[in-house]
Unconditional design. Structure first.
Length: 327
């Protein structure tokens, strides 16, 4: 057993590919690194590795010399987890999960041999083990992977790894903006999960973003210009981000650093972090993400009923605010 979790069932994990690998300490102990306390801004953030973190980094980098046709590329050792990009250049005799398993085993053994592992935490799996004096393991069972197959995805993941310290600093500076609230009241009789700046709901002017899939490019451009003009002058854009036009306007709002409320088809996973530009907008207080539906792990095509529901939620958020102003 290799501890692979949530694998892509249609992918050949022996075939050449790039992988973004994530492993997490057991039970999310912040023992691998520390955020540099001298940073005056999130952009200055950097990590200082602990002795355990140095072992993890070195074990990852040695992967290239142990496995032919495999290169361990960029990595970042966060306080309680590790990200690394693995480049499989030649077909493997066994799937790549065996390489990750070996990395986890070797780093754990080296930490244990140097007596760096802490005693098991109460309630952890290893704490319940019958063997007296048994030290905890370093890693949680399994790992997560992303297969880098689309154009530009590798560069995006490299940038993601490099930006991890800055993202951690931003989260610690603004914890309230990165905490998932499971029942946020967003209108009369409506509540859902939320993350971001809840005060955007209290702004006095909101504009609904609803663009049919059938409208022309010229109509999308005109609507985008109108909505961004309204946002520049104080309106909060509210969008379900369903159609291509709605997504385009949301991206333009993010790029222009304008306030935005988005509604999502999927809910928030445990330890959810907003992706990409959403993270920076969230840290700056310009974004609120709402999830009317429960979280699911598998990829699903959005249904017609869900599209209708998201549009109704969007309209209700905007119209409820209008009614409040009239009253």
């Amino acid at each position: 057993m290799t501890g692979m979790m949530q694998r892509c069932v249609v992918h050949d994990y022996c075939a050449p590919s790039f992988y973004m690998v994530t492993v997490v300490t057991e039970p999310r102990r912040g023992c691998l690194s520390e955020l540099h306390s001298g940073a005056v801004a999130a952009s200055d953030a950097r990590l200082i590795l602990s002795p355990m973190g140095e072992i993890v980094r070195d074990a990852w980098l040695r992967t290239s010399s142990i496995y032919a046709g495999v290169e361990a590329c960029e990595c970042v050792v966060m306080p309680d987890h590790f990200h690394g990009i693995l480049w499989v250049k030649e077909r493997l005799p066994q799937h790549m999960g065996h390489i990750v398993k070996a990395f986890k085993r070797v780093s754990t053994q080296e930490c244990r041999s140097k007596r760096l592992l802490l005693p098991p935490n109460p309630g952890s799996v290893s704490a319940a083990a019958p063997a007296a004096g048994l030290q905890s393991t370093l890693w949680q069972t399994g790992f997560q992977d992303s297969i880098l197959v689309r154009k530009g995805q590798l560069a995006a993941m490299v940038n993601y790894i490099a930006a991890n310290p800055r993202r951690l600093a931003a989260k610690r500076a603004n914890p309230e903006l990165f905490t998932v609230v499971t029942t946020k009241l967003v209108g009369r009789g409506r509540s859902c999960a939320a993350i971001g700046n809840h005060f955007l709901l209290d702004r006095p002017l909101k504009r609904q973003v609803q663009i049919s899939r059938t409208v022309s490019r010229g109509e999308v451009a005109d609507r985008k210009e109108e909505l961004l003009h309204a946002a520049v002058h104080g309106a909060v854009l509210v969008s379900p981000c369903i159609s291509a036009g709605e997504k385009e306007i949301a991206r333009a709002a993010l790029d222009s650093r304008l306030p935005l409320i988005v509604l999502l088809e999927n809910g928030f996973s445990p330890l959810y972090k907003p992706p990409g530009n959403y993270f920076d907008a969230c840290a700056a207080g310009r974004l609120l993400m709402l999830a009317p539906f429960p979280y699911h792990r598998e990829k699903r095509a959005i249904t017609r009923e869900q599209c209708r529901a998201l549009n109704e939620w969007t309209q209700a958020i905007v119209e409820n605010d209008c009614r409040s102003n009239e009253e």
